[in-house]
Design a protein around this ligand. Structure first.
Ligand code: FAD
Ligand code: 2HG
Ligand code: ZN
Length: 483
């Protein structure tokens, strides 16, 4: 892709306008009138260090009015804008491609209100996910979303990507939990839909377009979200299993035995656990080695009742030989270390040099076949092996089993065109054949721009384009990405 020449290049006058508007030194990183390359680096390169933009200006507004004025100015001057939250996105959507202005939400970080009776939180988009959850915890509630990047991702970024994460199985998607949004359209219009209503059937639910829109329609500036009651009793168990067939059985049994207290069912294959161990030096929870591991979490209101249920479940799956071995966390530290075996894989995946990541929805019975077939593919084409002349070190699979969401990670020693060619479009064709999705929860960004057609029809793509044109006729919002 080439830089779109309709977009204006930044001038010193533009920068001065923004400096006057924001009125705060630290709110503008100015690489236009001076050299600021070191400071710009963190805003230009993504979490995986795979995508790098060339932004020369970063703006950090502190109010919705400032966001509105910035966008109105950019729209008039045809300056392109890249919204950015915590910059933890995994599809290259959070960093510019060329010299788009980075509009970073980190200074919009205030909790606006929390209602103790309904559990409804209203907060600025730039609030860090973990801080939102800690705020909810003070009132006895839990943020309905949790994920490995919680310490740096922002709730606005979570909503913009419609992040799924570790609690979706229990609390459902942001499409249901987000009750309202405040957003700014490219022309500066403020859309005030910060509703705290649970039910509101009054025509099109326009906020849903921003949820998962990946910053292509406007900037989310605040979020209203319903938080469920925080469970006082939380248990975590980690198992080893001899086959994927057993994993399926264990999932079925867990729903049957644990029903309303089941709050997570996560899958890790042995390769993903070795990768985690190699990268962190951590000791794995079980002595023996198994091809598959599962992590189960229960959350309930009565710890005796929950333990009884969990123990009955464990006795059942062990006696039926569905599960080969397992451990239940005895205290908070052990609980954290069991979760780390799952949450730590994503970061560990780059340990050997790099990684190709695929985030897929696949019908459960076939979910792991893709990993096995992918591994065979690299073995037979000679690209995978133990010695350094092979680019591929390992193919691992893990993910949100309870949501039919597989994370396929191809861990490589170096990025290599031959590896990429073996993976794409093969992975996408494989998923399309099974009516799966090429992006279950991470979004499309730049990484999957070319492949949307594997999951969406021509008609749907046309409708998306029409919506984009209504909201952003000049196309200044997050250009070059999937739409
Ligand atoms: P960014 O990365 O900054 O931005 C992501 C996208 O949203 C970009 O397109 C950006 O332009 C847009 N955007 C950001 N803020 C706004 C805004 N205020 N208004 C409009 N557009 C905006 N994802 C999951 O779904 N489940 C997981 O379990 C999960 N685990 C992860 C674990 C790790 C270790 C990491 C690094 C990432 C993980 N992710 C996961 C990816 C996930 O998408 C992000 O972590 C998170 O949702 C993005 O939030 P962010 O604030 O970092 O957004
Ligand atoms: C997770 O579930 C994240 O750990 C990241 O969604 C997955 O890095 C990945 O492929
Ligand atoms: Zn995930």
């Amino acid at each position: 892709i080439k830089r779109n020449s309709k977009f204006k290049e930044l001038s010193a006058d533009d920068v001065q306008y923004f400096k006057d508007l924001l009125g705060n030194e630290s709110a503008v990183v100015d690489g236009v009138t001076k050299d600021a390359s070191a400071e710009l680096e963190g805003f230009n390169s993504d979490w995986m260090r795979k995508y790098r933009g060339q932004a020369r200006l970063v703006l950090k507004p502190s109010s919705t009015e400032q966001v509105s004025k910035i966008l109105a100015y950019c729209n008039k001057k045809l300056l392109a804008v890249n919204p950015q939250g915590g910059n933890t996105g995994l599809v290259g959507g959070s960093v510019p491609v060329y010299d788009e202005i980075v509009l970073n939400l980190s200074r919009m970080n205030k909790i606006r209100s929390f209602d103790d009776v309904s559990g409804i939180l209203v907060a600025d988009a730039g609030v860090i996910l973990q801080q939102a959850d800690e705020h909810a915890a003070k009132h006895g509630y839990i943020f309905p979303l949790d994920l490995g990047a919680k310490g740096s991702c922002q709730i606005g970024g979570n909503v913009a990507t419609n992040a799924g994460g570790l609690r979706l199985l229990r609390y459902g998607s942001l499409h249901g939990n987000v009750l309202g949004l405040e957003a700014v359209l490219p022309d500066g219009t403020i859309v005030d839909d910060l509703s705290t209503l649970r039910k509101n059937n009054t025509g099109y639910d326009l906020k849903q377009l921003f949820i998962g829109g990946e910053g292509t329609l406007g900037i989310i500036t605040a979020v209203s979200i319903i938080c469920p009651q925080r469970s006082p009793a939380v248990n975590v168990a980690y198992f080893g299993l001899e086959s994927y067939e057993n994993v399926l059985q264990a999932f079925k049994e867990s729903k049957k035995h644990l029903s309303e207290i089941l709050s997570a069912f996560e899958l890790m294959d042995v390769g993903s656990q070795h990768l985690y161990r190699n990268a962190t030096g951590a000791k794995l929870p079980l002595e023996g080695e198994y091809p598959f591991y599962c992590l189960i979490e229960t959350s309930g209101s009565n710890s005796d009742h929950d333990s009884e249920k969990l123990n009955a479940f464990l006795e059942h799956v062990m006696s039926e030989e569905i599960v080969a071995d397992g451990v239940v966390a005895q205290d908070e530290t052990q609980l954290q270390s069991l979760w780390a075996c799952r949450e730590g894989i994503s970061e560990a995946s780059q340990h050997w040099g790099g990684v190709y990541k695929y985030d897929l929805s696949i019908p459960l019975p076939e979910l792991y076949d893709l990993v096995a077939e992918c591994r065979e593919r690299f073995k037979s084409n000679g690209l995978m092996g133990e010695t350094d002349d092979h680019p591929v070190k390992d193919v691992v699979g893990y993910g949100h089993m309870g949501d039919s969401n597989l994370h396929l990670n191809v861990a490589v020693r170096r990025y290599d065109k031959a590896v990429e060619k073996a993976l794409e479009p093969w992975v996408y064709e494989w998923v399309q054949k099974r009516q799966g999705s090429i992006s279950a929860e991470h979004g499309l960004g730049l990484a999957k721009k070319e492949y949307v057609g594997y999951s969406r029809s021509e008609t749907m793509l046309r409708l998306m384009k029409q919506i984009k044109d209504v909201y952003d006729p000049n196309g200044i919002m997050n250009p070059y990405k999937y739409i």
